[in-house]
Write a protein of this length. Structure first.
Length: 118
């Protein structure tokens, strides 16, 4: 069952990338130069491979760090109490493994600098 959920997540990410042509086009423009020429389908495959690798490595090793960009971690969320939104009844939410992302210094500094200039 867990593998089916992971496959659904991978499919959802792939669909998001397929729908997000601006993202793919931007990456394509950064990759193309006098030495290399990539078409949009090739860039789509590269991005898909990168995301699948991030998911797989984070799943296998519980943590993946990309220098300057950030780190991905698989952490356990404790069992907790919650409320059923339809009737307000208290329910027990099972513990589960979830992904977390923490932005790296370069990522944070870039975002902060943009905020300062606005």
């Amino acid at each position: 069952m867990a593998n089916a959920k992971r496959d659904d997540l991978k499919l959802e990410i792939r669909q998001l990338l397929n729908d997000n042509k601006k993202f793919i086009t931007t990456i394509n423009s950064k990759l193309n130069n006098d030495d290399f020429k990539f078409n949009l389908d090739q860039v789509d495959v590269m991005i898909d491979s990168l995301l699948k690798s991030i998911i797989k490595l984070t799943d296998e090793y519980d943590e993946l760090m990309l220098q300057g960009f950030g780190s991905f971690k698989a952490v356990m969320r404790e069992q907790r109490k919650g409320r059923n939104p339809s009737n307000g009844e208290e329910i027990l939410i099972n513990a589960k493994r979830i992904p977390k992302f923490k932005a790296g210094k370069i990522f944070n500094d870039t975002i902060e600098r943009r905020k300062s200039n606005v």
